[in-house]
Design a protein around this ligand. Structure first.
Ligand SMILES: [Zn+2]
Ligand SMILES: [Zn+2]
Length: 66
């Protein structure tokens, strides 16, 4: 099985115990054990303000691609 190479330089991809479940830059899963809970819209609003392209909790895209 060939894994797609990660085109993302976010450090969470290199951690075995990332503090978040998804990468804020590419939306990929970085820690499967943390995947699960759904988000409140307010936490997405806060994440948008931090310029996160993806939600680190649920992986949803927050900022539309240009
Ligand atoms: Zn990433
Ligand atoms: Zn979310």
């Amino acid at each position: 099985m060939i894994k797609r190479p990660i085109q993302c330089d976010n450090m969470n991809h290199r951690r075995s115990d990332a503090p978040v479940s998804h990468c804020p830059q590419c939306g990929g899963v970085v820690n499967e054990r943390r995947v699960g809970s759904r988000c409140e819209e307010v936490s997405h609003a806060l994440a948008r303000r931090r310029q996160s392209t993806f939600c680190v909790n649920c992986g949803e895209r927050l900022i539309a691609a240009v």
